[in-house]
Write a protein that binds this ligand. Structure first.
Ligand code: FES
Length: 327
Protein backbone atom coordinates (compact mmCIF):
# COMPACT_ATOMS: atom_id res chain seq x y z
CA UNK A 1 0.00 0.00 0.00
CA UNK A 2 1.10 3.58 -0.70
CA UNK A 3 0.13 6.71 1.12
CA UNK A 4 -1.15 10.08 -0.10
CA UNK A 5 -0.93 13.00 2.29
CA UNK A 6 -3.18 15.99 1.70
CA UNK A 7 -1.99 19.37 2.96
CA UNK A 8 -2.95 21.78 4.53
CA UNK A 9 -5.13 19.56 6.79
CA UNK A 10 -2.66 16.68 6.80
CA UNK A 11 -5.06 13.77 6.12
CA UNK A 12 -3.19 10.59 5.13
CA UNK A 13 -5.04 8.11 2.92
CA UNK A 14 -3.78 4.69 1.89
CA UNK A 15 -4.02 3.57 -1.74
CA UNK A 16 -3.16 0.30 -3.49
CA UNK A 17 -2.04 2.37 -6.51
CA UNK A 18 -3.61 2.88 -9.95
CA UNK A 19 -6.06 5.38 -8.47
CA UNK A 20 -6.44 9.03 -9.34
CA UNK A 21 -5.80 11.59 -6.64
CA UNK A 22 -9.53 12.41 -6.78
CA UNK A 23 -10.43 8.76 -6.13
CA UNK A 24 -8.00 8.54 -3.21
CA UNK A 25 -9.30 11.83 -1.78
CA UNK A 26 -12.94 10.74 -2.06
CA UNK A 27 -12.28 7.53 -0.11
CA UNK A 28 -10.85 9.57 2.76
CA UNK A 29 -13.58 12.22 2.57
CA UNK A 30 -11.10 14.86 1.44
CA UNK A 31 -13.08 17.29 -0.69
CA UNK A 32 -11.52 18.23 -4.01
CA UNK A 33 -13.86 20.42 -6.08
CA UNK A 34 -14.74 19.01 -9.50
CA UNK A 35 -16.69 21.45 -11.62
CA UNK A 36 -16.64 19.32 -14.79
CA UNK A 37 -17.53 15.99 -13.21
CA UNK A 38 -13.88 14.80 -13.24
CA UNK A 39 -13.66 14.75 -17.02
CA UNK A 40 -10.53 16.85 -17.50
CA UNK A 41 -12.34 19.96 -18.71
CA UNK A 42 -11.93 22.39 -15.80
CA UNK A 43 -9.14 23.30 -13.41
CA UNK A 44 -10.98 23.29 -10.09
CA UNK A 45 -9.45 19.97 -9.01
CA UNK A 46 -5.91 21.34 -9.35
CA UNK A 47 -3.42 20.38 -6.70
CA UNK A 48 0.29 20.95 -6.19
CA UNK A 49 2.53 17.90 -5.86
CA UNK A 50 4.90 18.65 -3.00
CA UNK A 51 6.66 15.27 -3.02
CA UNK A 52 6.46 12.08 -5.07
CA UNK A 53 6.41 13.53 -8.60
CA UNK A 54 7.79 10.30 -10.04
CA UNK A 55 4.88 8.37 -8.48
CA UNK A 56 2.37 10.38 -10.55
CA UNK A 57 1.30 9.45 -14.07
CA UNK A 58 2.27 11.79 -16.94
CA UNK A 59 -0.34 14.38 -17.92
CA UNK A 60 -3.22 13.09 -20.05
CA UNK A 61 -3.89 14.90 -23.32
CA UNK A 62 -6.80 16.81 -21.76
CA UNK A 63 -4.67 17.82 -18.79
CA UNK A 64 -1.87 18.94 -21.11
CA UNK A 65 -4.27 21.27 -22.93
CA UNK A 66 -5.56 22.79 -19.70
CA UNK A 67 -2.08 23.12 -18.18
CA UNK A 68 -0.96 24.93 -21.34
CA UNK A 69 -3.95 27.30 -21.33
CA UNK A 70 -3.69 28.00 -17.58
CA UNK A 71 0.13 28.11 -17.64
CA UNK A 72 0.47 25.58 -14.85
CA UNK A 73 3.96 24.88 -13.55
CA UNK A 74 4.95 21.18 -13.85
CA UNK A 75 4.11 20.49 -10.18
CA UNK A 76 0.48 21.65 -10.56
CA UNK A 77 -1.70 18.73 -11.57
CA UNK A 78 -5.37 17.95 -12.10
CA UNK A 79 -6.35 15.53 -9.32
CA UNK A 80 -8.92 13.72 -11.46
CA UNK A 81 -6.36 13.06 -14.21
CA UNK A 82 -3.35 12.12 -12.07
CA UNK A 83 -2.94 8.44 -11.27
CA UNK A 84 -0.66 7.63 -8.32
CA UNK A 85 1.55 4.60 -7.91
CA UNK A 86 3.65 5.46 -4.87
CA UNK A 87 3.78 7.81 -1.89
CA UNK A 88 2.74 11.37 -2.70
CA UNK A 89 2.31 14.63 -0.77
CA UNK A 90 -0.28 16.92 -2.24
CA UNK A 91 -1.28 20.49 -1.47
CA UNK A 92 -4.86 21.46 -2.26
CA UNK A 93 -4.92 24.74 -4.17
CA UNK A 94 -8.61 25.55 -4.59
CA UNK A 95 -9.56 25.08 -0.99
CA UNK A 96 -10.50 27.25 1.95
CA UNK A 97 -13.28 26.75 4.50
CA UNK A 98 -15.86 28.32 2.20
CA UNK A 99 -14.64 26.02 -0.61
CA UNK A 100 -15.09 22.95 1.55
CA UNK A 101 -18.65 23.99 2.38
CA UNK A 102 -19.52 25.02 -1.17
CA UNK A 103 -17.94 21.97 -2.80
CA UNK A 104 -19.77 19.51 -0.59
CA UNK A 105 -23.06 21.25 -1.39
CA UNK A 106 -22.20 21.54 -5.09
CA UNK A 107 -21.24 17.91 -5.47
CA UNK A 108 -24.29 16.75 -3.53
CA UNK A 109 -26.81 18.97 -5.31
CA UNK A 110 -25.63 18.73 -8.88
CA UNK A 111 -26.82 15.85 -11.03
CA UNK A 112 -24.07 14.78 -13.49
CA UNK A 113 -25.48 16.74 -16.42
CA UNK A 114 -25.36 19.93 -14.33
CA UNK A 115 -21.56 19.97 -14.63
CA UNK A 116 -21.98 21.07 -18.20
CA UNK A 117 -21.84 19.49 -21.62
CA UNK A 118 -19.60 20.55 -24.48
CA UNK A 119 -21.42 21.03 -27.75
CA UNK A 120 -21.32 23.00 -30.97
CA UNK A 121 -24.05 25.58 -31.26
CA UNK A 122 -25.08 28.59 -33.29
CA UNK A 123 -24.89 31.62 -31.02
CA UNK A 124 -26.92 34.66 -32.01
CA UNK A 125 -26.63 38.03 -30.29
CA UNK A 126 -29.08 40.84 -31.05
CA UNK A 127 -28.80 44.33 -29.66
CA UNK A 128 -30.93 47.47 -30.02
CA UNK A 129 -29.01 50.35 -31.59
CA UNK A 130 -28.75 53.51 -29.50
CA UNK A 131 -30.95 52.06 -26.80
CA UNK A 132 -29.55 54.16 -23.93
CA UNK A 133 -30.36 57.42 -25.70
CA UNK A 134 -33.74 55.98 -26.67
CA UNK A 135 -34.56 54.89 -23.11
CA UNK A 136 -33.56 58.25 -21.62
CA UNK A 137 -36.31 59.98 -23.56
CA UNK A 138 -39.19 57.84 -22.29
CA UNK A 139 -40.82 56.60 -19.09
CA UNK A 140 -39.36 53.40 -17.58
CA UNK A 141 -42.71 51.60 -17.67
CA UNK A 142 -43.10 52.45 -21.34
CA UNK A 143 -39.61 51.13 -22.00
CA UNK A 144 -40.40 47.85 -20.26
CA UNK A 145 -43.56 47.54 -22.36
CA UNK A 146 -41.64 48.24 -25.56
CA UNK A 147 -38.83 45.86 -24.66
CA UNK A 148 -41.22 43.07 -23.78
CA UNK A 149 -43.09 43.52 -27.00
CA UNK A 150 -39.83 43.44 -28.94
CA UNK A 151 -38.50 40.39 -27.05
CA UNK A 152 -41.80 38.58 -27.53
CA UNK A 153 -41.75 39.19 -31.28
CA UNK A 154 -38.09 38.07 -31.52
CA UNK A 155 -38.78 34.98 -29.37
CA UNK A 156 -41.59 33.94 -31.72
CA UNK A 157 -39.33 34.21 -34.75
CA UNK A 158 -36.47 32.36 -33.07
CA UNK A 159 -38.78 29.58 -31.91
CA UNK A 160 -40.28 29.22 -35.37
CA UNK A 161 -36.78 28.45 -36.67
CA UNK A 162 -35.99 25.91 -33.99
CA UNK A 163 -33.94 28.09 -31.61
CA UNK A 164 -34.58 29.50 -28.17
CA UNK A 165 -33.68 32.66 -26.27
CA UNK A 166 -31.10 31.70 -23.66
CA UNK A 167 -30.56 35.02 -21.95
CA UNK A 168 -31.49 38.71 -21.84
CA UNK A 169 -28.89 41.34 -21.00
CA UNK A 170 -30.62 44.73 -20.79
CA UNK A 171 -31.76 45.39 -24.34
CA UNK A 172 -29.67 42.54 -25.79
CA UNK A 173 -30.66 38.92 -26.26
CA UNK A 174 -28.69 35.74 -26.73
CA UNK A 175 -30.36 32.96 -28.71
CA UNK A 176 -29.08 29.46 -29.41
CA UNK A 177 -29.67 27.02 -32.24
CA UNK A 178 -28.61 23.38 -32.13
CA UNK A 179 -28.59 20.91 -35.00
CA UNK A 180 -27.24 17.45 -35.75
CA UNK A 181 -26.52 18.72 -39.25
CA UNK A 182 -24.60 22.03 -38.95
CA UNK A 183 -25.64 23.15 -42.45
CA UNK A 184 -29.26 22.76 -41.51
CA UNK A 185 -28.65 24.64 -38.23
CA UNK A 186 -26.83 27.45 -40.04
CA UNK A 187 -29.73 27.82 -42.47
CA UNK A 188 -32.26 28.02 -39.65
CA UNK A 189 -30.22 30.51 -37.64
CA UNK A 190 -29.62 32.77 -40.67
CA UNK A 191 -33.31 32.61 -41.64
CA UNK A 192 -34.23 33.54 -38.07
CA UNK A 193 -31.87 36.53 -38.05
CA UNK A 194 -33.17 37.81 -41.39
CA UNK A 195 -36.75 37.42 -40.20
CA UNK A 196 -35.93 39.20 -36.94
CA UNK A 197 -34.63 42.20 -38.91
CA UNK A 198 -37.72 42.10 -41.09
CA UNK A 199 -40.05 41.87 -38.10
CA UNK A 200 -38.40 44.87 -36.45
CA UNK A 201 -38.89 46.89 -39.63
CA UNK A 202 -42.43 45.75 -40.43
CA UNK A 203 -43.96 45.20 -36.99
CA UNK A 204 -41.96 46.85 -34.20
CA UNK A 205 -41.05 50.11 -35.90
CA UNK A 206 -44.60 51.08 -36.99
CA UNK A 207 -45.84 50.25 -33.50
CA UNK A 208 -43.13 52.37 -31.88
CA UNK A 209 -43.84 55.21 -34.22
CA UNK A 210 -47.51 55.18 -33.20
CA UNK A 211 -46.79 54.67 -29.54
CA UNK A 212 -43.77 56.91 -28.90
CA UNK A 213 -43.22 58.70 -32.17
CA UNK A 214 -39.81 57.08 -32.38
CA UNK A 215 -38.34 53.83 -33.69
CA UNK A 216 -35.20 51.76 -33.32
CA UNK A 217 -33.09 49.34 -35.27
CA UNK A 218 -31.13 46.28 -34.21
CA UNK A 219 -27.79 44.64 -34.97
CA UNK A 220 -27.30 40.87 -35.10
CA UNK A 221 -24.15 38.74 -34.86
CA UNK A 222 -24.07 35.00 -35.51
CA UNK A 223 -21.26 32.55 -34.82
CA UNK A 224 -20.88 28.76 -34.77
CA UNK A 225 -18.61 27.27 -32.15
CA UNK A 226 -17.98 25.05 -29.16
CA UNK A 227 -19.66 26.03 -25.89
CA UNK A 228 -20.11 24.46 -22.49
CA UNK A 229 -23.82 24.30 -21.72
CA UNK A 230 -24.35 24.13 -17.97
CA UNK A 231 -26.28 25.46 -15.02
CA UNK A 232 -25.22 28.65 -13.28
CA UNK A 233 -26.48 30.34 -10.15
CA UNK A 234 -27.27 29.74 -6.49
CA UNK A 235 -28.43 26.18 -5.79
CA UNK A 236 -32.07 27.15 -5.38
CA UNK A 237 -31.98 29.32 -8.43
CA UNK A 238 -29.82 27.69 -11.09
CA UNK A 239 -30.47 28.39 -14.73
CA UNK A 240 -29.14 26.80 -17.86
CA UNK A 241 -26.83 28.86 -20.04
CA UNK A 242 -23.74 28.59 -22.22
CA UNK A 243 -20.19 29.70 -21.58
CA UNK A 244 -17.06 29.72 -23.69
CA UNK A 245 -14.84 31.60 -26.11
CA UNK A 246 -17.40 31.08 -28.86
CA UNK A 247 -20.02 33.00 -26.86
CA UNK A 248 -17.65 35.94 -26.36
CA UNK A 249 -16.74 35.82 -30.03
CA UNK A 250 -20.41 35.89 -31.10
CA UNK A 251 -20.89 38.98 -28.95
CA UNK A 252 -17.91 40.64 -30.72
CA UNK A 253 -19.41 39.77 -34.09
CA UNK A 254 -22.58 41.58 -33.07
CA UNK A 255 -20.63 44.59 -31.80
CA UNK A 256 -18.73 44.81 -35.11
CA UNK A 257 -22.00 45.91 -36.75
CA UNK A 258 -21.64 49.30 -35.06
CA UNK A 259 -18.16 49.88 -36.49
CA UNK A 260 -19.01 48.50 -39.91
CA UNK A 261 -22.40 50.21 -40.22
CA UNK A 262 -24.11 46.86 -40.86
CA UNK A 263 -27.18 45.11 -39.46
CA UNK A 264 -26.28 41.44 -39.67
CA UNK A 265 -22.80 39.94 -39.58
CA UNK A 266 -21.83 36.28 -39.47
CA UNK A 267 -18.51 34.67 -38.64
CA UNK A 268 -16.46 32.71 -41.15
CA UNK A 269 -17.41 29.44 -39.39
CA UNK A 270 -21.08 30.21 -40.09
CA UNK A 271 -20.40 31.54 -43.58
CA UNK A 272 -18.68 28.29 -44.59
CA UNK A 273 -21.88 26.41 -43.80
CA UNK A 274 -24.31 28.66 -45.70
CA UNK A 275 -22.21 30.35 -48.39
CA UNK A 276 -24.34 28.84 -51.19
CA UNK A 277 -27.59 30.01 -49.66
CA UNK A 278 -27.00 33.65 -48.75
CA UNK A 279 -26.45 36.99 -50.44
CA UNK A 280 -23.47 38.80 -48.94
CA UNK A 281 -22.87 42.50 -49.37
CA UNK A 282 -19.51 43.00 -47.71
CA UNK A 283 -16.72 41.13 -46.00
CA UNK A 284 -14.80 42.65 -43.13
CA UNK A 285 -11.49 41.62 -41.62
CA UNK A 286 -11.33 42.26 -37.91
CA UNK A 287 -8.72 41.83 -35.26
CA UNK A 288 -10.21 41.19 -31.86
CA UNK A 289 -8.63 42.20 -28.56
CA UNK A 290 -7.29 39.16 -26.71
CA UNK A 291 -7.49 36.91 -29.80
CA UNK A 292 -4.68 36.16 -32.21
CA UNK A 293 -4.98 36.47 -35.97
CA UNK A 294 -7.48 38.15 -38.22
CA UNK A 295 -11.10 37.10 -38.52
CA UNK A 296 -13.40 37.51 -41.49
CA UNK A 297 -16.99 38.57 -40.97
CA UNK A 298 -19.65 38.66 -43.67
CA UNK A 299 -22.59 41.01 -44.00
CA UNK A 300 -25.66 38.99 -44.93
CA UNK A 301 -28.35 40.94 -46.76
CA UNK A 302 -30.73 38.15 -47.70
CA UNK A 303 -31.21 34.69 -49.11
CA UNK A 304 -29.54 33.93 -52.42
CA UNK A 305 -32.65 32.55 -54.07
CA UNK A 306 -34.58 35.71 -53.21
CA UNK A 307 -31.74 37.93 -54.46
CA UNK A 308 -31.63 35.96 -57.71
CA UNK A 309 -35.40 36.24 -58.10
CA UNK A 310 -35.01 40.02 -57.87
CA UNK A 311 -31.80 40.48 -59.86
CA UNK A 312 -32.01 37.71 -62.47
CA UNK A 313 -31.41 33.99 -62.54
CA UNK A 314 -27.68 34.18 -63.24
CA UNK A 315 -26.85 36.84 -60.70
CA UNK A 316 -23.82 35.72 -58.75
CA UNK A 317 -23.02 36.91 -55.25
CA UNK A 318 -20.17 39.38 -55.02
CA UNK A 319 -19.09 41.41 -52.11
CA UNK A 320 -16.85 44.34 -51.25
CA UNK A 321 -13.95 44.02 -48.93
CA UNK A 322 -13.93 46.65 -46.22
CA UNK A 323 -10.75 47.90 -44.55
CA UNK A 324 -9.72 46.07 -41.39
CA UNK A 325 -11.52 46.91 -38.14
CA UNK A 326 -10.01 46.63 -34.67
CA UNK A 327 -12.53 45.55 -32.03
S1 FES B 1 -12.66 17.96 -12.03
FE1 FES B 1 -12.51 19.05 -13.84
S2 FES B 1 -10.57 18.51 -14.55
FE2 FES B 1 -10.68 17.46 -12.69
Amino acid sequence: MYQVQFSPRGQRIATPGNETLSQVAARGEVIIPHACGKTGRCSTCRVQILAGHSSCSPRTEKERAIAHKMRFSPDVRLACQTVVNGDVVVKQLVQDDEDVHFSSLYIKNSPPDMFGVEKHMFILFADIRGFTAFAEKFLPYDIIYVLNRYFHAMGEVIKRHGGHIDNYMGDALLALFEADDPREGAKRAVHAALEMLDTVKKVIQPHLNNFLGKNFSIGIGLHYGLVVAGAIGAFADKRATVIGDAVNFASRVETANKEAGTEFLISEETYDLVRNKIAVNRSIHVSIKGKTGKHSLFEVIGLLEEARAKKGRFWAPQYDLLPELHL
